[in-house]
Design a protein around this ligand. Structure first.
Ligand SMILES: *Cc1c(COP(=O)(O)O)cnc(C)c1O
Length: 455
């Protein structure tokens, strides 16, 4: 075998072994960042290392510093795993090494993005003609949607952003919910919007923007360029904004409506949760992730814009040495050269089928309901949210006790919950986002919590 074949064979063996060991291995990393610096660092040697040997070394040395993210008991943050077909297609994407920016050099990469994008807007119940850009995640999808929004609302106010830039532009107001995700603020910042341009609208106890408060905020905002950011899936509670009234109000005021639906937009794919996204299709742009509810390996996000021409106006580019084709993916993303992310999304959707996507979403929700009911049954444990989707927020006594329980669970290694703050209390957050989580995983986690609380 040549160097490449031997290195790939080692990678395959090591990858398979890692996946097989997931059910037994501690879910939280056993080594720290400093341990990893020591294990993998030092001066770069003058001499190289045999590729196969090096890959073997990397796999062995990195292992203790890895989290069991692809396994069924990682419930921290909002993190999906990798469906078998998506993972394998992602390996192929690395092997093929296609540049997905231009159709001409990779018709396959470009076509799967067109196809998967079409399936996606159909599954999510969004307007059929919407344009889809395959980006790294919801942060960049928010950035992408808001970049299009910025140009459009300024154009409507008679301002040519491409020519004149931001200096002297009519001030744009960005209306956001009290419980928006922090990446909406990051995206706004990257786009040159300052904190003074944000109007923050109060929310209810589950984190949903209050329609009366939005109406008031829109009155206060006046006539200038206006963007309203709504949310499908609050990161703690999983709650959904009430899209129908909110989008109606925003559009009455001439606003562009952007929806951050990183994990929640997927509620639209299952009958049992579809009502949560009712009305969301009336927005102008949407952000979602492939690497959360859909369980595509990192990194995978999609920026969806109703008006494809508006998206191309922001991201389309020209250079003498490129071959421009119809529907170049680079017209829909901030990047030119990039990984062919569409293959893994295409594979995830095609391997599950329409019913399989719905079943995945239902299963995540069932597991979340089981976890919430099990937690609420444990004396001293309180579930704070209305569990409508995949998120459970719980306290385990006082703030200190809640914090301590989370740390002991990480040390114990059975499962991972991660801490946060909700309604002024320290909580542990439990996000059921992995395709492979079973009732057994949920029950093992509940047993570990009971045992640690009793100790
Ligand atoms: C995860 C998340 C984001 C950020 O997404 P990344 O994929 O981490 O960039 C934005 N909004 C919400 C609601 C999220 O859950």
């Amino acid at each position: 075998m040549d160097d490449r074949a031997r290195a790939l064979a080692v990678a395959h063996d090591r990858a398979t072994a890692f996946l097989e060991r997931l059910p037994e291995r501690p879910v939280w990393p056993r080594a720290s960042y400093d341990d990893m610096l020591e294990a993998l660092g030092g001066d770069l040697p003058s001499e190289g290392t045999d590729p196969a040997e090096l890959v073997e070394q990397l796999a062995v040395q990195a292992e203790p510093g890895l989290a069991g993210i692809p396994g069924g008991r990682f419930y921290g943050f909002v993190i999906g795993g990798g469906l078998p077909a998506a993972l394998a297609a992602d390996w192929l994407a690395s092997t093929w090494d296609q540049n997905a920016g231009l159709s001409a050099i990779s018709p396959a990469a470009s076509a799967v993005e067109t196809i998967a994008g079409g399936w996606l807007v159909d599954l999510l119940g969004l307007p059929a003609q919407s344009a889809v850009g395959f980006v790294t995640g919801a942060t960049m999808a928010n950035f992408t949607g808001l970049a299009v929004a910025r140009r459009e609302v300024l154009a409507k106010a008679g301002w040519d952003l491409d020519q004149q830039g931001l200096p002297g532009a009519p001030p744009t107001r960005i209306v956001v919910g009290e419980h928006r995700h922090s990446t909406v603020d990051r995206a706004a910042k990257f786009l040159g919007f300052g904190r003074n341009q944000l109007i923050v609208v109060p929310a209810d106890g589950e984190g949903r923007m209050l329609p009366d408060e939005l109406a008031r905020a829109l009155e206060d905002a006046g006539d200038g360029p206006l963007v309203v950011c709504l949310q499908a899936g609050e990161v703690h509670t999983g709650a959904f904004d009430l899209f129908e009234p909110l989008i109606g109000l925003a559009h009455d005021h001439g606003a562009w409506v952007h929806v951050d639906g990183a994990f929640g937009l997927w509620a639209a794919t299952a009958e049992s949760t579809r009502h949560l996204t009712e009305g969301v299709q009336s927005a102008d742009s949407w952000a979602t992730d492939g690497h959360k509810t859909l369980n595509v390996p990192y990194d995978s996000g999609m920026a969806i814009v109703r008006d494809g021409a508006a998206m191309r106006a922001v991201f389309g580019s020209r250079a003498d040495y490129l071959i421009e084709g119809a529907g170049d993916p680079s017209e829909r993303t901030p990047e030119l050269s990039r990984r062919a992310r569409g293959f893994a999304v295409w594979a995830a959707l095609r391997s599950l089928g329409r019913d399989g996507v719905a079943a995945l979403v239902r299963r995540l929700c069932d597991n979340a309901a089981r976890m919430a009911a099990g937690l609420a049954d444990i004396p001293g444990v309180e579930v704070l949210n209305d569990v409508v989707f995949t998120q459970v927020v719980a306290t385990f006594g006082s703030d200190d006790e809640t914090r301590a329980l989370g740390q002991r669970l990480l040390a114990d290694g059975t499962a991972v919950l991660t801490p946060g703050e909700w309604r002024g209390r320290v909580v542990q957050r439990c996000s059921i986002s992995n395709w492979s989580t079973t009732y057994d995983d949920v029950d093992m986690t509940l047993a570990a919590v009971r045992r640690l609380l009793a100790e």
